[in-house]
Ligand binder design. Sequence first.
Ligand SMILES: Nc1ncnc2c1ncn2[C@@H]1O[C@H](COP(=O)(O)OP(=O)(O)OP(=O)(O)O)[C@@H](O)[C@H]1O
Ligand SMILES: [Mg+2]
Length: 500
Amino acid sequence: MLEFKSVAYSYSNSDARCVALHEISVSFAAGKHVCIVGANGSGKSTLLRLANTTLPPSSGKILLDGQPMAELASHEVHRRVGIVKQDPCVQIVSSLVLDEVSFGPQNLGLTADEIKRRSKQALDCVGLAGFEQRSTYSLSGGEQQRLALAGVLAMKPDYVLLDEITSHLDLVSRQRIRSIVDGLADAGVGVVEVSHYVQDVQEADAVILLEQGRITWQGLPGELLESPELLKRSCLVGASGCHAGHFVDANRAVKRTKGGAVALCASQVSMDDILHGVSLEVGAGDLHIIAGKSGAGKSTLAQVLAGLIVPDAGKVTCADLQVQPGAVGLAFQRVAEQLFCDTVLDDVMFGPQQGGMPEAQARAQATQALQLLGIEEELYERNPLDLSGGQARRVALAGIIALKTGVCIFDEPTAGLDAVGREELHAVVATLCKEGCTVIVVTHDIEEWLAQAQTLTVLDTGHVVWSGAAKKAKPVLVRTGLINSSKSSEEQGFLAEDYQ
Ligand SMILES: Nc1ncnc2c1ncn2[C@@H]1O[C@H](COP(=O)(O)OP(=O)(O)OP(=O)(O)O)[C@@H](O)[C@H]1O
Ligand SMILES: [Mg+2]
């Protein structure tokens, strides 16, 4: 049993003490899968950090199978309680995949054979067999997430803490992770998982709702999922009642007429072994989706489209000119790569000021973008590194929106956002498109963007396997396993034909 007894935690910021958790008393049992839900900034990651002693409680006690955690040696805690962090990059320490997954078992003093066996088993389990000799830095966001999980599985811990581990994964990988998690609980491991996805919550044995650092509800998934009020409070659904994967098309951007101007065009772009002759066109004012399995080359393509990587072959044009860095705003998949100023406001003002904008105007644009993304004023002076994952994502997106470039690319923009944040972002994108901005979204949450988009490209191992109107994309997305098949008989009929 992992027990919290009246645990509180405060972060001490330069400006003020921020109470992240108040009087938490809760137990996590072996063999049970508990999901923690709550809005961005409600204290979920903080709770997990306390549960593996990354943070010491400000008051109260945490017990591991009856023993105070504070009295256990750190290697003992790490052997028994594994964590996959919200940003998996921060926990990857080795440069080779095999070294990374064997790092933990090596520290347990196991035989070489056992280390090899565990490492292989863990990589197979998360779908990374064959990646042993790959550099960890070259992995896609989703592959890093799976590697971090493999590293924890190889330790065979008694408890695992999972912080939004499906946020950068495609549908098939998400389903694989779901069955791994079920298998862990069945094998007697205590699983504590943080998620913003309804699909993750419905599989759990119990759910805990955190609101502003307090546990305000605990119960069964069914009780939460059947209560519109609890769903909203947990931010699993937004104000309009939609959850990840099921956004309505109320925000649909103005319809484009055929043959409109092309804002961004890639022709025959190739890059190392990652992209192979990729061509695509995005119409001015359109929303374009780039979809594809984890590791398909989407983020590399995003950087090439933004002019940040010069391809080995082929070219990218923006408004008929060769794309230059700065012409296209790109919000990175990993927010940590984008946030570097001392305060949130400075960070969002940085881009516009770099472009030569006077301070007052940059401040006005930054403030507007922060408001659009729902960042409260009290966070403006906070160091961006001292934010929750979802807050940091919002700030990073605001930094790109404040640039007011004619083309914006958002790489996995909804990863880490609660349903309210997602809704806000969808509305922002609809407004941007209405104002004539062209938006490209690279995403695994395809269904929630599909109704809003005009066009879509499916990438697979660096090749474009399909490109066309978003409203015709469902069959190919189902066929490639990127979305679940819809139950509508009309579509089923269409699919059956398609397979013949
Ligand atoms: N390093 C830090 N320094 C100061 N404050 C922090 C730090 N990390 C988090 N906080 C604050 O503590 C509160 C809880 O943050 P936490 O990361 O636990 O939230 P969360 O529920 O995991 O959110 P998300 O869904 O966005 O990941 C937030 O108000 C956040 O701004
Ligand atoms: Mg978090």
